[in-house]
Design a protein around this ligand. Structure first.
Ligand SMILES: [Fe+2]
Ligand SMILES: [Fe+2]
Length: 400
């Protein structure tokens, strides 16, 4: 991680947004490039100087892309429409994954044979889309649709797990497997009668026992599925370990020593975050995303893995995606994605949704809060975080 982040920092200082190596680049050229990369000083030299040095040394086939130009390109009209297409594709993939969970859970309740084909395809699609634009997919996790809760929760946990695993350096080709395992982490709930699951009000002690058995029941129901011949270890771990907690304070309680898998540790974080920010889980009122993050950070190293939790905060942002904020202009805005620069994490990208009087506006501007004016002052700042659980304001529509 240290090596990777120091390379990223250097790229940022150079304002290099991309590097292209042609297949014909010789090892000598690569060495020259590497030498320049560590020896030139980005505080006194520009990306143009870097390019010139490469030319001077006759290094060919290595291209440096200016990140400032990349940012400009993002705003071109044709890119805007492709962004809209990307949103539609992301939403469709989300819907398909939710449908797959719905029909598989129903089949499991009915004791029918299950096929994971549809779910696998949906998750692979989601992984591909997330590699292109993570924030749009993560924005969909702020969708709060009550009757669809269980299915949405499964998809949200899957999306959040994929994003976290990706940051934790999980092999790219295995992200879809993890996503699939995450999608069925609550499969054990299909053994709980619907009257209990949907019961308004408090659970009885027996009902709690049933609830606490769902991780173990999940492994059992997964082993009975005909769609998967060998129950992949990840799927079993996702179900069995997601309520255990890092310090084993959760459930199931075991008499023998147990080592939590990476999958289990990732799932614990993604599951807790989505469950707490959503309404209806564990009969509690939903909490605002930032309150949930603070609560989780207070249990860092106890319930949650310290490093993974830090990476998770990078995924959703310290002022998490979907948060409602008030800007210094008095306008309300929704957090769309975390700041790219983690040193400015309290300055995410937001979308303005009202004017200064609080009247809703359509198609308000997207603002990057790290932007400064000519005098070097920040153009816009957040003055207040609004607890949206009080306002019941549907922020998700700004993502879809
Ligand atoms: Fe669960
Ligand atoms: Fe869950």
């Amino acid at each position: 991680m240290l090596v990777v982040s120091s390379v990223l920092d250097a790229l940022k200082k150079w304002k290099i947004g991309g590097l292209t190596f042609s297949s014909s680049v010789s090892s000598k050229d690569l060495r020259e490039f590497a030498h320049l990369f560590v020896s030139l000083d980005p505080t006194t030299k520009s990306i143009e100087d870097f390019r010139q040095e490469l030319v001077n040394l006759a290094v060919a086939g290595i291209e440096l892309k200016d990140s400032r130009l990349l940012n400009l390109k993002e705003d071109l009209p044709e890119n805007r429409s492709s962004k809209a297409q990307h949103k539609v594709r992301s939403k469709t993939a989300y819907g398909k994954a939710a449908d797959a969970v719905g029909s598989l859970t129903q089949s499991s309740r009915d004791g029918k044979a299950l096929s994971f084909k549809q779910a696998k395809r949906a998750i692979q699609n989601i992984v591909d889309l997330m590699m292109q634009d993570e924030s749009i997919m993560l924005g969909l996790t702020t969708l709060r649709c009550h009757d669809q809760y269980t299915h949405n929760h499964s998809v949200n946990v899957s999306l959040l797990s994929i994003a976290l695993a990706n940051r934790a350096g999980y092999p790219k080709i295995e992200l879809a497997d993890l996503g699939l395992a995450a999608l069925f982490h609550d499969m054990g709930k299909s053994t709980i009668p619907l009257e209990v699951l949907n019961k308004p009000g408090e659970f009885t002690e027996d009902e709690w026992t049933m609830m606490r058995n769902h991780p173990t029941e999940g492994v059992l129901s997964l082993t009975q599925l005909r769609g998967i011949t060998n129950l992949p270890a990840r799927m079993a771990a996702a179900s069995f370990e997601h309520h255990m907690n890092l310090d084993y304070s959760g459930y199931p309680k075991l008499k023998t020593p147990w080592k939590l898998s990476l999958t289990g540790r990732i799932l614990t974080i993604a599951d807790c975050y989505d469950a707490m920010t959503s309404s209806r889980v564990y009969r509690r009122e939903p909490m605002s995303p930032s309150k949930v993050l603070n609560m989780m950070l207070s249990k860092s190293g106890k319930s949650f893995d310290v490093t993974l939790l830090k990476l998770f905060v990078n995924c959703v942002g310290i002022i998490p995606i979907g948060s409602l904020v008030v800007l210094d202009s008095d306008a309300f805005a929704v957090v769309l994605k975390p700041a790219t620069d983690t040193t400015e994490s309290e300055r995410p990208v937001v979308k303005v949704i009202t004017d200064a009087q609080g009247t809703p506006i359509d198609n308000g501007p997207e603002l990057d809060l790290t932007e400064k004016d000519d005098a070097g002052e920040y153009r816009y700042s957040i003055i207040r975080l609004v607890d949206n659980t009080e306002h019941k304001f549907d922020t998700s529509r700004y993502f879809v």
